[in-house]
Design a protein around this ligand. Structure first.
Ligand code: MN
Length: 432
């Protein structure tokens, strides 16, 4: 694993000729430059774009106008309708593209207003064609909380501190932020009942997660050593792993999540690149005294020293009643991505250790990001302790799990001394 590289693209003194990018607290300053896919006015061909302030830089137009002619791989990738080709670029090509875009958008360069379209005038789409989706379970706080509810006598299973736990999820139902989330129907077995019943889930929940988009490809049979894992991370989105807890409790043993999770997974439309996150890298989560050290294939000095990423994460809830009353979304939890027991490079290396080929556009969910405090719990199952401690919303309503019309809004941002704050935008969804 290599240490993160800081260069002129991270310079906090750099400003853009796009005025909204220079506003303090903006999610998309020139130091960020997240990639996405958009459509003008809701129709037309999907195009690759980059968020800058409240605008989108149209990379299709930019490429067509010759601004990337000396980067033929990037120029071609920018004239496609998803980020898969951008994610397939070599690490040095991705870095060169970032540097070019940062240069073109910098204050002092000739403004290119014809290359911009206001974000308010575009429809943002799923950033990539997701070939495969894997969801991990990398927060030891989440794993311990959930385990203590489902298995009070045995909360954290003995493999947890040795092996990054995950399952292969469903790629077809990964949707972009804003897509409605229907309430799933399924089997659940009330504790007092002799047999299961079929019906709409009564315990619909969200999971506050970070999604990691894979770059490049390893051949089948070819593992990804930890030293190379960072080159396989294109960037991060916010991710909501919607979960039906009543279905999950009945179906999850012995093979893990299935219908409780496969009805929808939402991601934010902008992908904050791994390069943009360099100023916000932090040491891996310090393992408590007495925990086993990671096995050698998951160990390196660089991973220990800067394998983590400092991303503040928030989840807010807005009921239909709150919307009627004009009340803003109510913050339910705030936590930090740096508290994960396993780092993203460790998750990549573990995923591929048996030779599993990871491909551009594959998506890895981190697992629910929870911290040690109640206010840091990343799902309602934990936050309301399986419904036994309901939340009271500003409208006076209470919530154990999600009710029809509820909107869940995830937000994330990075701050560090000497760096410009960057944000992820939003990932939201309304449940039926
Ligand atoms: Mn999950």
């Amino acid at each position: 694993m290599t240490t993160p590289r800081l260069d002129a693209t991270h310079d906090p003194a750099r400003r853009s000729w796009v005025p909204s990018a220079n506003e303090p607290g903006a999610d998309f300053p020139i130091q960020n430059l997240p990639f996405g896919v958009f459509r003008r006015g809701g129709d037309g061909t999907p195009r690759v774009g980059v968020a800058i302030g409240d605008q989108v830089l149209d990379c299709w137009l930019l490429s067509g106008a010759g601004f990337l002619d000396d980067q033929p791989g990037a120029a071609a990738a920018c004239r496609t309708s998803s980020l898969n080709a951008v994610m397939a670029l070599a690490p040095e090509e991705r870095l060169a593209l970032r540097r070019r875009l940062a240069g073109l958008l910098a204050e002092g360069e000739e403004p290119l207003p014809a290359m911009l379209v206001p974000q308010a005038q575009v429809t943002l789409l799923l950033p990539a064609v997701v070939g495969d989706y894997t969801d991990f379970y990398a927060s030891v706080f989440h794993a311990t909380n959930v385990g203590s509810m489902f298995r009070p006598d045995n909360p954290l299973l003995p493999n947890y501190k040795w092996v990054p736990i995950g399952y292969h999820g469903r790629a077809s139902s990964v949707v972009v932020s804003g897509t409605p989330v229907p309430r799933p129907t399924g089997q659940r077995k009330p504790p007092e009942a002799a047999e299961p019943v079929v019906g709409p889930s009564r315990q619909l929940d969200y999971e506050l997660e970070v999604g990691a988009w894979i770059a490049g490809e390893n051949a089948l049979g070819q593992p990804v050593p930890l030293a190379e894992a960072e080159t396989r991370l294109f960037g991060l989105s916010l991710l909501n792993d919607w979960s039906a807890r009543d279905l999950q409790a009945w179906e999850y043993q012995p093979l893990g999540p299935f219908l409780a999770k496969n009805f929808a997974t939402s991601v934010s439309p902008w992908v904050v690149t791994w390069e943009a996150l360099a100023p916000f890298r932090v040491p891996a989560f310090p393992r408590p005294e007495g925990d086993p050290a990671p096995l050698p294939y998951l160990t390196s000095d660089a991973n220990r020293e800067c394998g983590g990423v400092n991303v503040t994460l928030e989840v807010a809830l807005e009921s239909a009643r709150m919307r009627e009353l004009g009340l803003p979304p109510y913050r339910v939890s705030r936590t930090n991505f740096r508290q994960l027991y396993w780092t993203l490079p460790q998750l990549v290396t573990h995923h591929a250790m048996g030779g599993c080929n990871l491909r551009p556009g594959d998506l890895l969910g981190s697992g629910t990001v929870s911290g040690p405090e109640p206010e840091e719990r990343g799902c309602l199952l934990e936050r309301t302790w399986r419904g036994s401690e309901p939340l009271t919303l500003p409208s006076g309503e209470t919530r154990a799990f999600l009710e029809p019309g509820d909107r869940v809004v995830l937000r994330g941002w990075c701050e560090a001394p000497g760096a410009t704050r960057i944000g992820f935008g939003e990932c939201w969804g309304e449940v039926g």
